[in-house]
Write a protein that binds this ligand. Structure first.
Ligand SMILES: C[S@@+](CC[C@H](N)C(=O)[O-])C[C@H]1O[C@@H](n2cnc3c(N)ncnc32)[C@H](O)[C@@H]1O
Length: 351
């Protein structure tokens, strides 16, 4: 699910404005990560991380890039396929030349991400569930040095990329964990803000994945969950059908592929992710909202729409956010939606 610089979420596999940016599959990347996390013995867990771990959970033996809680057996076959997919395509790609300043600048150009940063308190504990290469986490870490950010993903290659940037940017308050969403090593009700962008629809059980993630939010805390919405992604499903018939995607139907400024790597990354992903389940927003309500959440708003300066962690005033005419809007926006049906629900846990 790469997002490119013109997307409202400015969620790029590489910076379209930076020709040196890489969206190359692993092995072709020019910025292999180095071991950044000093010491990996459980005794050396950073206190901020130790304080949110489930009692008794210990990382496996040394991994230089992340704390490793990944299950060695028993994963669902489809989940393994998804992890294998990302192992050769860590997502989203970093520019070879990515620095603290370039990443903050690039992501900060997205009104949505700016508002997200504006909503996350200065000393918040944040969980990014399914962080990929962790660009969203890194952005929040760069914007708030007193935040404690825990990022989890199943994919070691993506975490390796995250670790490389963490080291270069000296983000000691950002912690990387390898774990499965269905076996999270962190406590329930432990985080002020939980993010999960573009993840649950790539799991074999999106309802369970949503609930697992939501349960990590503490009472009064916020969940920001982004997923492929059934109506929002309908037009893209049609594009995928056409692709099956013709053997390749038709640029004329796809606003991202119509762009002239994409590198070949970026095009390939988009095509792989949008047309050849091994597992994608579309989710109706009202159903996701129901799951959240049954986990003690109040759904406050859906995105899009989102305008510059809109506060994200407040109630939009809509009676049923993400329902009715909003969904019709997502459906009709399909042909020109560079996010191809990715929508967000923002919800507050009661308590
Ligand atoms: C499309 S990427 C999104 C990355 C990131 N959230 C972002 O928005 O930049 C989806 C990520 O979900 C992760 N993922 C999928 N299923 C997972 C699971 N069962 N446990 C942990 N991570 C998972 C993948 O490894 C991948 O990095």
């Amino acid at each position: 699910m790469p997002r490119f610089a013109r997307s409202p979420f400015a969620f790029a596999p590489a910076d379209a404005g930076d020709p040196s940016a890489s969206a190359a599959p692993r092995g072709q990347s020019e910025s292999p990560p180095e071991a950044p996390e000093p010491g990996t013995s459980p005794a050396e867990l950073p206190p901020a991380l130790a304080s949110v771990l489930i009692a008794g959970r210990q990382p496996h033996a040394d991994s230089p890039n992340y704390w490793d809680f990944f299950p060695r057996t028993g994963r669902h076959e489809r989940a393994e396929q998804v992890t294998d997919f990302y192992e050769v395509r860590p997502f989203p790609g970093y520019a070879v030349s990515e620095t603290r300043a370039s990443l903050s600048d690039r992501l900060g150009r997205s009104p949505f991400l700016k508002s997200l940063d504006g909503g996350v308190p200065a000393r918040a504990r944040v969980l990014d569930a399914g962080c990929g290469t962790g660009q969203l986490s890194a952005y929040l870490a760069l914007c708030g040095s007193r935040r404690s950010i825990v990022s989890v993903d199943a994919c070691s290659a993506s975490l390796g990329e995250a670790a490389g940037f963490k080291q270069r940017a000296e983000l000691d308050h950002w912690h990387l964990l390898r774990a499965d969403l269905f076996d999270l090593p962190v406590q329930e009700r432990a985080f002020d803000v939980v993010l999960s962008r573009g993840v649950v629809h790539h799991t074999p059980d999106p309802e369970r994945a949503t609930r697992e993630v939501a349960r990590r939010v503490k009472p009064g805390g916020i969940l920001v969950i982004g997923f492929y919405e059934s109506l929002g992604r309908l037009f893209h499903r049609m594009r995928m059908r056409v692709c099956q018939v013709t053997g390749k995607p038709l640029s004329v139907l796809d606003p991202v592929l119509r762009r002239k400024d994409l590198s070949e790597d970026q095009r390939e990354a988009w095509i792989a992710d949008q047309y050849r992903h091994p597992l994608e389940v579309l989710l109706p927003a009202p159903r996701v909202a129901e799951w959240l309500r049954s986990e003690e959440f109040e759904v406050m708003r859906s995105v899009p729409p989102h305008a510059e300066g809109d506060a994200l962690f407040t109630h939009s005033g809509a009676k049923r956010p993400g329902e009715g005419r909003v969904r019709l809007g997502w459906l009709l926006a399909g042909p020109r939606d560079a996010d191809a049906g990715l929508v967000f629900l923002i919800a507050r846990r009661r308590g």
